[in-house]
Ligand binder design. Structure first.
Ligand SMILES: *[C@@H]1O[C@H](CO)[C@@H](O)[C@H](O)[C@H]1NC(C)=O
Ligand SMILES: *[C@@H]1O[C@H](CO)[C@@H](O)[C@H](O)[C@H]1NC(C)=O
Length: 426
């Protein structure tokens, strides 16, 4: 396992139009054009060429150089986050990013095609300018060439697979792929999450699923739909065929929550695998309603190599109306105690800047506005005028906080349930 320093942005392997790197790099400079004149940048490049410095470290920031990020089986786990949102969501995505940021992880932010290009460029700039660690570790990227995300349609699944492929390609040393939307928020610190997942086998997948289809069989499985977002550039609607098709019998259909924590091994199987199951199911799911609520679930449970690796839970706190609506209830301050007591690491949905998010920042994450969550990696002094995370040393150690105990106990229960084999792929 080689030591990893902060990776240089992957502009060599990915076209700059595809990914907007949010670290110091040539490609990122173009987003900073209003801030620095071209000649100033050239001067820096010239100076860096003759002095061997990276272009900006000596001039822009006074932060320490990035500490080695050690990853792999012998070290604490790392997460690859896919954070998605639509038009108008850039600001809350930045807040969520800071709430789940840790130098060991990788992050990919995606604003769907309905958001204007300026909002995407704005997001990339504000991510880059947000905290020094993001610039130094270069572990946050924004998708520059967006996908459509039609509600109900297959473009959402296409965007998720795209993100998984990009994260694999950019940085294949993470352990779990985590999907979040802009209306989600964490209930634990990344130190807590890394600490608790340190005792979890790295090939486990957290995916809520069932083959008990109930009313969904007629209303979700059998209808045939076509997502216009896949082939018409300015549409994000879908068409439903007048005929229905039978429930598959060549494989077993599983359905469940679209919010996932999947192992790197399973993601590699879906994206790069030699087995054709992930691809044939993808073709089938193209015409299923809400395919993100069935694709990974059906692939994993129909694959002999992976069906024993499923923990039947998505680790999100959600409240549903009775009978359930399309989306869970919006959480607010009334729900705070129940949320915290649940021990779950994530919750959804929240409306933008709901006061309960400030309460979570304040009491659990100890996060200040415009700062990341202070973890064991932050070594600066904790003063109101200094961000403790503007200084750092060893990023490979964690210091679990108040929620780690609750989450740890919950995880133990889920692992016992998984070992019993009674709730997986049934
Ligand atoms: C999965 O579990 C089943 C039942 O316990 C067992 O028969 C099977 O061999 C396991 N598969 C793998 C790949 O371990
Ligand atoms: C939270 O939401 C519930 C249900 O929508 C509502 O009854 C309650 O008054 C809300 N509480 C606050 C503090 O806004």
């Amino acid at each position: 396992m080689p030591l990893r320093s902060a990776p240089s942005p992957p502009i060599a392997i990915l076209a700059p139009t595809l990914i907007i790197p949010c670290s110091r790099s040539m490609a990122a400079e173009k987003w900073l054009f209003p801030l620095f004149s071209v000649s100033f940048v050239s001067l820096l490049l010239f100076l860096s060429a003759i002095s061997g410095f990276t272009a900006s470290s000596a001039f822009f920031d006074t932060q320490p150089s990035p500490f080695y990020v050690r990853r792999g089986a012998a070290h604490p786990p790392a997460f690859a986050y896919f954070i998605s949102g639509g038009r108008g969501d850039a600001r809350r995505m930045l807040r969520l990013l800071l709430a789940v940021y840790h130098p060991r992880n990788s992050y990919l932010l995606h604003l769907s095609a309905d958001a204007p290009a300026w909002e995407r460029a704005d997001l990339a700039t504000s991510v880059r300018l947000s905290i020094p660690a993001i610039r130094a570790f270069g572990n946050v990227h924004v998708v520059g060439k967006p996908d459509a995300m039609t509600y109900m349609g297959s473009s959402v699944l296409a965007a998720t697979l795209h993100a998984a492929a990009v994260l694999l390609r950019m940085d294949s040393v993470w352990d779990w792929f985590v999907t979040l939307s802009s209306s989600d928020y964490p209930l634990v610190t990344q130190d807590d999450l890394i600490h608790v997942f340190s005792s979890v086998p790295r090939d486990l997948n957290f995916i809520d699923h069932t083959s008990d289809l109930g009313w969904k069989e007629y209303q979700r499985v059998q209808p045939i739909i076509v997502d216009a977002g896949i082939y018409l550039s300015r549409r994000n609607s879908f068409f439903e065929a007048s005929e229905k098709r039978p429930t598959p019998d060549a494989f077993k259909f599983f359905t469940g929550s679209p919010w996932l924590i999947l192992s790197r091994r399973f993601i590699e199987y879906c994206i790069l695998g030699w087995d054709n199951l992930p691809r044939t199911l993808l073709l089938y799911f193209t015409n299923v309603m809400l395919p993100q609520e069935g694709y990974f679930h059906s692939v994993i449970c129909n694959s002999p190599d992976y069906q024993n690796t499923t923990v039947n839970n998505d680790l999100r706190y959600m409240l549903w109306d009775n009978p359930p609506q399309m989306e869970p209830h919006l959480l607010n301050k009334t729900d705070y105690d129940k949320m915290v007591k649940s021990g779950l690491p994530f919750a959804r949905k929240f409306s933008m800047d709901d006061p309960v998010l400030d309460e979570i920042d304040d009491k659990i994450l100890k996060r200040w506005h415009h700062r990341s969550v202070p973890g064991a990696w932050c070594t600066g002094r904790n003063r109101w005028w200094i961000d403790p995370c503007s200084q750092w040393s060893n990023v490979n150690i964690v210091k679990p906080g108040s929620q780690a105990k609750r989450f740890g106990q919950l995880m133990k229960r889920y692992l016992d349930e998984w070992k019993s084999g009674l709730s997986s792929c049934k």
